[in-house]
Design a protein around this ligand. Structure first.
Ligand code: HEC
Ligand code: HEC
Ligand code: HEC
Ligand code: HEC
Ligand code: HEC
Length: 215
């Protein structure tokens, strides 16, 4: 009796069985790599309701990030400051400037200024500033040189591959723990070895398993 299928087809199920997981893994990789906003969102620079400049307040006036984003070390979110923080100075400095009208209004009515969010992860991603700041990852490593910007711009894609690139090899992105808000401190220019830093009590181990960031 003639064979309907040639003999070699007997191997198809085995070969297909071996290839399927590889193809599956490849697809997952392709989906998160190519459909992550990496290639679209960087450069996002919305117009803000008040022309607040980080360049002026950080580089010229000399304020530390934590003067305004004071929850960054103790909460998941780095709170954007209320008008009262601005009024510490602007009740005297430029106190009648029309550019500060909305700040005065917010201070007097208590209604918050409607700042437009620049960095925003999807709800299904868990992110917390605290462990990053505590491990000595600088603000500049994730936000770029905010201190040189008049308008904050999205510098990094905030995609899964971006997070994982660092989580798999964090050491080149670490700095001394007291340099986190020093925007001019560039890890590439220093020969810093976190494993020899006596201020560190343990080796950092960022999660790379799915439930680390999807809880
Ligand atoms: C005088 C107060 C003040 C200081 C000091 C300050 N910021 Fe801000 N920051 C703001 C305000 C107000 C906003 C919201 C308006 C905007 O985006 O410009 C903001 C927005 C941001 C954002 C964007 C938030 C978003 O919507 O995604 C980042 C990132 C940021 N600041 C980082 C820093 C860093 C890093 C430093 C220190 C180098 C710093 N800031 C210092 C007041 C401040
Ligand atoms: C490891 C990367 C990383 C580091 C380091 C980092 N940020 Fe962020 N930051 C983010 C991400 C991601 C978001 C968006 C968070 C979200 O949508 O939940 C964000 C959001 C913000 C926001 C908007 C409010 C919020 O929390 O959602 C501000 C303000 C901010 N960061 C300031 C800072 C300052 C100041 C520092 C340094 C002390 C800093 N960040 C360090 C990644 C980082
Ligand atoms: C430590 C003091 C200080 C704090 C706090 C502060 N500023 Fe300022 N701000 C200044 C100084 C100084 C200037 C520059 C004044 C000048 O040009 O003579 C300025 C200028 C400005 C201007 C430009 C005003 C104009 O008419 O040119 C805006 C807008 C502004 N700040 C917004 C803010 C906002 C919003 C906050 C709160 C998130 C804030 N500032 C917090 C000190 C401060
Ligand atoms: C530049 C490096 C870097 C980037 C970028 C980065 N991380 Fe991390 N992440 C770290 C380090 C370092 C730690 C601390 C690990 C430790 O303390 O052992 C950490 C810790 C964490 C933790 C563990 C928190 C905990 O309490 O267990 C989570 C969750 C996390 N990161 C999520 C993210 C997400 C989501 C992104 C992308 C939006 C991101 N990270 C981007 C370096 C980074
Ligand atoms: C270090 C943090 C981190 C880890 C670990 C991580 N993810 Fe993600 N994941 C993210 C972030 C951030 C996003 C959002 C990216 C975006 O907005 O495009 C994301 C998005 C996704 C998406 C949506 C796809 C898309 O691009 O819209 C899926 C599916 C996903 N992750 C699955 C996984 C799986 C499966 C694992 C384990 C193999 C994993 N993630 C591990 C941070 C992480």
């Amino acid at each position: 009796m003639p064979a309907i299928f040639p003999r070699w087809t007997n191997h198809i199920p085995v070969v297909a069985g071996l290839l399927a997981p590889l193809v599956g893994a490849g697809l997952i990789f392709a989906v998160w790599y190519w459909f992550s906003p990496k290639f679209t969102d960087v450069g996002y620079r919305p117009k803000q309701p008040v022309p607040y400049s980080h360049r002026l307040h950080v580089s010229d006036v000399g304020l530390d990030c934590r003067y305004c984003h004071n929850t960054v070390e103790r909460a998941a979110h780095a709170a954007v400051p209320p008008a009262a923080t601005c009024m510490n100075c602007h009740s005297q400095v430029k106190s009648t400037s029309p550019r500060l009208e909305k700040v005065r209004e917010s201070y007097n009515t208590g209604a918050p200024i409607q700042w437009v969010r620049v960095h925003q992860l999807p709800d299904y991603v868990y992110f917390d500033h605290r462990p990053h700041v505590a491990a000595g990852v600088g603000c500049a490593s994730c936000h770029g040189r905010v201190d040189l910007e008049d308008v904050v711009e999205l510098k990094e894609p905030l995609s899964m591959s971006w997070c994982l690139d660092c989580h798999r090899n964090p050491e080149p992105n670490l700095r001394p723990l007291d340099q986190v808000t020093n925007m001019a401190w560039d890890p590439a220019e220093h020969d810093y070895d976190p494993n020899k830093d006596p201020m560190r009590k343990r080796k950092v181990q960022p999660p790379t398993h799915c439930s680390g960031c999807h809880r």
